[in-house]
Design a protein around this ligand. Structure first.
Ligand code: GDP
Length: 305
């Protein structure tokens, strides 16, 4: 599935409404701006970002720079492209995971249950292995038995070794062992899955902080990447989740899944604007090829197409 196909629902949602506002050659006046405001506020891009976009548009119209609808639409598009490009952020937008020098290169993958975390770990393992890296999987989601089994299937499919703990065992211990084994066996990348259940005795963030700390004990400098998996169908809640994970763990990259199933694709804009963390991948389906490196320009083009 192409990115454009994956964004079909989003394009049919808020983008269709924006396009309708600007079609027909009607000059942009206060009524059009009010409509634009309403569309932006219901587009799952987050209040802060919507406010910024509408204020910038209003300013341009007020200065009589842009009452031509086509021009205003182009300005909006440029502004969104700028947000997605994460100017000024080192290792900015559109960067898929880079495997650095350290061995093993350790990627800790986090996210709430159902976000597509385990599937994303499997897809990434497949991609990294195909790129010539030797991968080892750590099944750190010991809470959900199915997660371990699911990861085992991926490991087999990809031909990567896996470290699995006992069901209900200590996730930090599993990740520690995975990193240690990765170092012993000379693998290039260790991908650690983690738990994502929200309601249990130990608060999730505390558990994940511990996992991160313990991974650091197994290999100095690890984890080298904390990849947060977010479900795009959650819309603005995904932005709130990202904020929470980032505060607790210091997220270094985001994979946004299930764009194909939602009209809430505008959430990418809010994530980039509010969090300024690189979106590394977007998911537009269930196969490995459907996990796509996030290309901001292509994304904007697909939206405004
Ligand atoms: P986890 O609980 O976060 O580990 O979630 P899973 O990895 O088990 O994924 C939950 C479901 O979402 C599975 O059925 C996946 O196939 C599905 N899924 C993951 N990513 C995508 C995506 O980009 N698009 C679609 N349509 N489904 C996805």
């Amino acid at each position: 599935r192409t990115l454009a196909a994956g964004l079909e629902k989003t394009r049919g949602g808020f983008m269709a409404r924006i396009n309708a506002l600007f079609s027909g050659g009607k000059l942009v006046d206060d009524a059009v701006l009010a409509d634009l405001e309403e569309v932006l506020f219901t587009a799952d891009i987050g209040v802060k970002t919507a406010t910024r976009l509408i204020e910038s548009a209003r300013e341009k119209v007020r200065k009589k720079e842009l009452s031509d609808p086509e021009k205003l639409k182009r300005a909006l598009r440029d502004e969104i492209a700028r947000i997605l490009a994460l100017d000024g952020v080192a290792d900015g937008a559109g960067a898929p995971i880079q495997v650095g020098e350290a061995r093993p290169w350790v990627i800790m993958v986090v996210g709430v249950n159902g976000s597509g975390k385990t599937t994303t770990v499997g897809k990434l393992a497949s991609k990294l292995q195909a790129a010539g890296h030797k991968v080892l999987l750590g099944a750190g989601d010991t809470f959900r038995a199915a997660a371990g089994e699911q990861l085992e299937i991926w490991a087999e499919r990809v031909g990567a070794p896996i470290v699995r703990g006992k069901e209900g065992g200590d996730p930090a211990a599993v990740c520690f062992e995975a990193v240690q084994k990765g170092a012993q066996d000379g693998v290039d990348v260790v991908l650690c899955d983690t738990a994502g259940r929200l309601h249990t005795k130990t608060p999730l963030m505390e558990e994940l902080k511990k996992v991160k700390r313990v991974i650091g004990k197994a290999a100095a400098g690890a984890p080298h990447e904390v990849l947060l998996v977010l479900d795009a169908t959650n819309g603005q809640n995904a932005i709130a989740q990202a904020r929470q994970f980032n505060e607790a763990l210091g997220v270094t990259g985001i994979a946004l899944t299930k764009l194909d199933g939602t009209a809430k694709g505008g959430v990418v804009i809010g994530i980039c604007d509010e969090l300024r963390i690189p979106v590394r991948y977007v998911g537009v389906g269930e196969t490995v090829a459907d996990l796509k490196p996030f290309a901001p320009r292509e994304f904007v083009e697909a939206l405004f197409e």
